[in-house]
Design a protein around this ligand. Structure first.
Ligand code: SAM
Length: 332
């Protein structure tokens, strides 16, 4: 049924403030789910099932679907639309306030037509959580899709932060007319495949295939802090505490834990992007290192300090993080 008819039946007005633009093209819904390449063993998370159109298709492809909806007015609609689908668990709440570890014990797949106002926050929350998603297929604003898939010299804090975790690619563009109500801008479907190394726990063991759902999850908050940079450009304005964050821990003398390595990476990237159009060597002063140490680290990583943050590849940021760790420990 068309979303307008369904909403009329329940006398519900869509809320713009919750990003409520509902997809109603069955062909597109099928293509979105196909892009996730789900196996019958996969567990999936849908953020914002809305009226359940995507959820129904998802439920046919995944073993289990957890669908988290914030708007309580939609729950009766969802209960009716999804009745009989025994593999769907409907959760009423704000996905940003909930912990994926409460539902998943192993890497899962996210398929969602996300509420646009919190795209960056959702990415930060899920990529920084444990367990992590192994894949995300997200319908986002076209402009956000362009930023997520950007390459040097067009990188942004958002692009580096997401591409650090894995490969991001554009699946397809989506015209505004595919939604009701019609949004003001076009959208796009993107797919993010998280690298295997990020699907391991901090101790290097694979993420919890055998971990009970109730297992302790100490890494989640640390990991979320580590990806504090992930979000929209406004978050590039560092809070005062981050500007004076502790030195980057060194890998010398032992393997840095995965959480520490992530935290160090994001401290360097945030510093690098802290002021637009400034040269990297100037922005890196935000790390609290002297100019000599910064110059040494840049030389070690083979990066010209006059370059701007937007021009660096993710690999270069990783090399720079390592070089800064070495320079910091040499001066400690
Ligand atoms: N999946 C449906 C579809 O494709 O037609 C609806 C997508 S609509 C763009 C976004 C949905 O996310 C809405 O149903 C909205 O109420 C819900 N939502 C907004 N903020 C949320 C949050 N913080 N947590 C969970 N759901 C949220």
């Amino acid at each position: 049924m068309h979303p307008k008819q369904l909403l009329d039946r329940y006398q519900i007005e869509p809320k713009k403030s919750l990003g409520q633009n509902f997809l109603h093209d069955e062909g597109l819904l099928a293509r979105i789910v196909a892009a996730a390449e789900l196996s019958p063993e996969d567990e999936a998370l849908e953020v914002g099932p809305g009226l359940g159109a995507l959820t129904r298709v998802l439920a046919r492809a995944a073993r289990r679907v957890v669908a988290v909806e914030l708007d309580g007015r939609l729950l009766p609609v969802l209960e009716s639309e999804l009745s009989g689908l025994v593999n769907v668990e409907l959760v009423h709440g704000d996905v940003l306030q909930l912990d994926p570890a409460d539902w998943f014990a192993a890497p899962y797949v996210v398929v969602a037509n996300v509420p646009y106002y919190i795209t960056g926050a959702i990415l930060r929350h899920l990529l920084g959580g444990r367990p992590r998603p192994r894949r995300l297929v997200l319908t986002v604003q076209r402009e956000v899709a362009d930023r997520l898939t950007a390459r040097p010299p067009e990188m942004s804090l958002l692009a580096v932060s997401v591409q650090y975790y894995g490969r991001v690619r554009l699946v397809s563009t989506v015209k505004a007319g595919a939604f009701w109500p019609r949004p003001e801008v076009d959208s796009a479907v993107v797919r993010i495949d998280v690298e295997e190394r990020f699907l391991e726990q901090d101790d290097g063991s694979p993420t919890a295939d055998h971990r009970p759902p109730t297992a302790a999850k100490p890494a989640a908050s640390d990991a979320s802090r580590a990806v504090g940079a992930l979000g929209d450009e406004r978050e590039a304005d560092l809070p005062p505490t981050a500007r004076h964050s502790p030195p980057i821990p060194s890998a010398v003398g032992g393997r840095r834990s995965a959480v520490e390595a992530e935290a160090a990476f994001f401290r360097v990237v945030r510093a690098g992007f802290s002021e637009k159009r400034k040269q990297l060597k100037n922005n890196l002063r935000g790390l609290g290192l002297d100019d000599g140490a910064i110059a040494a680290a840049l030389a070690e990583a083979g990066i010209d300090g006059r370059r701007r943050a937007e021009t660096l590849t993710v690999g270069e940021w990783e090399e720079l993080t390592q070089a800064i760790a070495t320079a910091s420990s040499a001066r400690a």
